[in-house]
Design a protein around this ligand. Structure first.
Ligand code: AHM
Ligand code: MG
Length: 360
């Protein structure tokens, strides 16, 4: 039994005290994200009842229009975050352009980038979905609306990143730096509070041997990518195998499992999406920060995700995320050439590193 109950608010305040001189603005921003998460969680849990209460386009018992959940989540986050004076602008998967702070509100020093409800194909079938967020400090002069330059920053410059998974319970997981730890909070719906349930999360070592990818796209992958998965399946006759396959199709949920159990999540480039599917700013970079803060690695197959500087708000990237040794193994296979050349130069050593240094 844990000896004390720590709410997310208490945790954020305690963390802030470690930085004398902190304005409290950043803590307030995290607090507002947690508040938005609670509202979205409540609605996600009611999702199955929408058909009972009325269909989208109709009004609910409060006389409010019932929205699609992703539009609802977008609305909740914008309304929770736009007025407190923390932000200079926002970026969302749901909006082509930068979301400006309305003129009547103060302009702050931070940028919030988010995917309000990721895993859209799972929304209507009661499978876990999530929200992803990333916070940067602005780089343009203060006091004016945020600019593109404030949004298009490398992942290494994130001040905080995290996600909320709406699963069998709702959890919020976040970090404020690679060396600041990753902390997980579970929502207790009876008191409406996120309670610290997973302090200092580290990806287990040795990790679970789990790979996660949409294998229906196998025929569209490059030969090195196919060989990597053949290796996980034990089909290449070269010491692989012993892996399980798990793929939910919700990035947040697949990543959450990877964080708690280890393994590798992959969304590779393929013939129809040569640049990958997942977006850098509000999908790949924030999860990469959490992953690295928990001792893992995140790569696009050749480069660290956190080093990528996007040129557009919705730029995409291939993504390999999870246990450090598996991500490095993937890079070694892919270095063999994306168009199907022979095995990568370090193929033999990859068998060793895959198990974290001991092949026993
Ligand atoms: P979305 O932002 O439209 O929901 O797309 C992102 C989702 C991720 O959650 C998930 O990892 C991936 O798309 C699944 O894609 P696919 O159905 O191609 O496997
Ligand atoms: Mg998404």
């Amino acid at each position: 039994m844990r000896s004390k109950v720590v709410t997310i608010d208490r945790h954020i305040i305690d963390e802030e005290r470690r930085f004398p001189g902190a304005s409290g603005r950043f803590s307030a921003l995290l607090y507002d994200i947690a508040l938005a998460a609670k509202i979205i969680s409540r609605e996600v849990n009611m999702a199955g009842l929408i058909d009972v209460l009325g269909r989208t386009g109709e009004r609910n018992v409060h006389g409010e229009e019932i929205q699609k959940l992703d539009a609802f989540a977008q609305d909740v986050i914008v309304k929770a975050m736009d007025h407190a004076g923390h932000l200079c602008c926002m970026v969302s998967e749901e909006c082509d352009e930068i979301i400006a702070i309305p003129d009547r509100f103060d302009i702050g020093p931070y940028v919030l980038l988010f995917d309000p409800l990721d895993g859209s194909s799972n929304i209507n079938v009661n499978v876990s979905i999530g929200t992803i967020f990333s916070v940067h400090h602005r780089v343009t002069p203060r006091g004016r609306p945020g600019q593109l330059a404030d949004c298009l920053q490398e992942g290494t410059r994130q001040l905080a990143a995290g996600y909320i998974v709406y699963g069998s319970s709702t959890m919020l997981v976040y970090t404020t730096g690679i060396d600041q730890g990753v902390h997980g909070f579970t929502l207790d719906p009876s008191i409406g509070e996120f309670l610290l349930s997973h302090p200092n999360i580290r990806i287990p070592d040795p990790p679970a041997r789990i790979y996660s990818a949409n294998e229906a796209y196998y025929a569209r992958w490059s030969r090195p990518q196919q060989r990597l998965v053949d290796h996980f399946r034990g089909l290449d006759g070269d010491g692989g195998g012993g892996f399980k396959s798990r793929y939910i199709g919700s990035l947040v949920s697949d990543f959450h499992r990877t964080l708690l159990q280890g393994g590798i999540f992959m969304y590779p480039p393929d013939r129809t999406s040569p640049g990958g599917k997942l977006r850098i700013l509000y999908e790949a970079a924030p999860l990469a920060m959490v992953c690295e803060a928990a001792g893992g690695r995140a790569s696009d197959g050749a480069r660290d995700i956190l080093g990528i500087r996007p040129t557009g708000l919705h730029d995409r990237t291939p993504l390999y995320l999870g246990s450090s040794n598996f991500v490095t193994l993937a890079e070694r296979y892919l270095a063999g050439g994306r168009e199907g050349s022979a095995r990568g130069p370090d193929f033999q050593t990859s068998r060793i590193s895959e198990r974290g240094g001991s092949d026993s």
